[in-house]
Design a protein around this ligand. Structure first.
Ligand SMILES: [Zn+2]
Length: 236
């Protein structure tokens, strides 16, 4: 098991850690600031620095077999450090911050567009959500205006934990049908955008919607009779 430091503080850029295992799949640490791919958010990239001064480039981060298991994937050709090695684990913060801004922006998009969400993906500089809505009921400029209004309003974003039973009793909280809420451990993590949106989410988020900055709706695509894909991009 890995201690997931990003879960309590998404703004941590680095941490000291110890290698617990290293094999052909990648490197495992006792604690990490690296977010593993999941919930529509890509895994972090970065560097593991050794006391010798050697730096191991991490090109991706994924989940392992068990819960809370994180695998740091080194660049091809990097020799994996043996278990017990002390490292300084540093994420590519600029990239992660963009992912956090876009991820939080997609929560606002959920609130700006009525209808069930059938899928979503955050990527660097862009994000998309698929909505189960009929016809051409979505208007690009109106959605962009609503989204930018929610961003500029400076709503607080913070995690909150509830029990599996509480979540089961409130199915309306699960907006994204394709992303299974991170439950099963007795507690479910929710992300709350104060007064705007509340839903199960294990991802990393900014603290205030104003930090997202201005966005545009790049495109609205037809992906079937009832499926509309909304693609958001940063305006700057
Ligand atoms: Zn989220």
């Amino acid at each position: 098991m890995t201690e997931l430091l990003f879960r309590d503080d998404a703004y941590l850029r680095s941490c000291n850690a110890r290698v617990t295992a290293a094999d052909e799949r990648g490197i495992r640490l006792d604690r990490t600031v690296f977010y593993p791919t999941g919930g529509g958010q890509p895994g972090d990239t970065g560097i593991l620095r050794l006391a010798s001064g050697e730096a191991i480039a991490i090109v991706d981060t994924v989940k392992g077999d068990g819960p809370d298991e994180v695998i740091h994937i080194p660049a091809p050709g990097c020799a994996a450090p043996p278990p017990g090695t002390e490292v300084l684990a540093e994420i590519d913060w600029e990239r992660r911050h963009r992912l956090m801004r876009m991820h939080s922006c997609l929560h606002l998009l959920c609130a700006a567009v009525p209808g069930a969400v059938t899928g979503g993906q955050v990527s660097d500089g862009r994000g998309r959500l698929d909505f189960d809505v009929p016809g051409s009921s979505l208007e690009k400029e109106a959605i962009a205006a609503r989204l930018n209004e929610l961003i500029a309003a400076g709503h607080e974003v913070a995690p909150r934990w509830i029990t599996d039973e509480e979540l089961a009793a409130r199915p309306e909280l699960v907006r994204t049908m394709s992303v299974k809420p991170p439950s099963g451990a007795g507690q479910v993590r929710l992300m709350a955008v104060a007064g705007v949106d509340l839903q199960p989410c294990g991802g990393t988020h900014i603290r205030n919607t104003a930090e997202i900055g201005p966005v545009t709706i790049a495109k609205i695509e037809n992906k079937g009779r009832q499926n509309r894909r909304i693609i958001v991009a940063f305006a700057d």
